[in-house]
Write a new protein. Structure first.
Length: 314
């Protein structure tokens, strides 16, 4: 059993948010979508939402802006738990089968109707289907999708390797899909060709080392948001380097650093077109002993909240 965390009333811990009340308008809604049974790699990713909630307790919700020249000591600061109404809707039941997936999408659609941002905790990447469908609702033909992922996820069949293809088949326009972080040696010619034929915009991992991240995010938002509908963001943590994401079965050496994905989450949540974010492919049971992958997932939740606070001018 892990040792109890220390208690300091002057250093309040975040997480442990309340359940939503009926018809309550909130800023951010968290929901777990514990998919894992169709994973291409053996995975216990269904255990990750609970692990992320526990990891959130390690952090505060205090955020300080970057200082400007000659402005040290006068930085803007915010306590997210005071500035935002954040709720936790618990976990969807059995989202791996068709009925469970439909119920998960419906639950997310209800949350999206009364929140500014829904954050869905996976689970493997299969959760992106109900998450994106729920966020888009009836506006799916006008919606957009941005993925941070080493993989195209255009495989045939039903698995964590097929969510992008399945969303296209459900009615999402592939010309409003942007895939950021696609890596060499992690895909195939056939699926690269499929992405090209569909008109999916692909931003190679190496561009993230050569271009400002803010420029890439801006480009992606312009493409995904071109239809005027809601944009959903899939943060597949296996886009990160294996040294920082050992709990992702398919992460490889040479991926993004933790600070890059954290910054992307905040930049994306800051934009009003983004109505949903999912955090995928972390298997808490396969993590390093220090829990670094799960802790990164927890920090992505907080970065999304920080971006939302900036969006709302809090």
């Amino acid at each position: 059993m892990a040792p109890a965390l220390s208690h300091d009333p002057s250093w309040p811990r975040t997480g442990a948010w309340p359940a939503p009340r009926d018809d309550e308008r909130v800023d951010l809604a968290l929901i777990g979508v514990p998919t894992s049974r169709t994973s291409l790699s053996a995975s216990n990713a269904h255990e990750t939402p609970a692990a992320v909630r526990a990891a959130l307790q390690r952090y505060s919700s205090h955020v300080v802006s970057v200082a400007v020249c000659d402005g040290r000591g006068a930085e803007t600061e915010i306590v997210l738990d005071e500035a935002l109404r954040i709720v936790d809707a618990g976990d969807c039941a059995d989202p791996d089968d068709e009925r469970g997936e439909q119920e998960a999408a419906a639950a997310i659609e209800r949350l999206a109707a009364r929140s500014e941002l829904v954050v869905a905790l996976g689970g493997d990447n299969a959760l992106t289907v109900p998450a994106a469908l729920g966020v888009a609702g009836a506006r799916l033909p006008n919606a957009g999708l941005i993925t941070f992922d080493a993989h195209h996820d255009l495989r045939d069949g039903r698995s964590n390797g097929s969510p992008v293809r399945r969303l296209i088949e459900a009615g999402l326009d592939p010309r409003r899909i942007v895939q950021i972080g696609i890596a060499d040696f992690a895909n195939s010619h056939a699926y690269r060709s499929r992405a090209q034929q569909l008109g999916v915009a692909v931003i190679h991992r190496d561009e993230l080392h050569e271009r400002p991240l803010s420029d890439i995010v801006s480009e992606a938002l312009d493409i995904a948001g071109a239809g005027g509908g809601p944009v959903h963001v899939d943060l597949d943590v296996d886009v990160c380097d294996r040294s920082v994401a050992p709990g992702c079965p398919a992460s490889i050496p040479g991926g993004l650093q933790a600070h890059e994905l954290r910054r992307a989450a905040r930049l994306l949540a800051r934009d009003a077109r983004v109505r949903g974010i999912d955090i995928a492919e972390v298997d808490a049971t396969a993590d390093a002993p220090d829990g670094r992958t799960v802790r990164l997932a927890a920090l992505l939740v907080l970065e999304a909240a920080a971006g939302l606070a900036q969006r709302l001018g809090r």
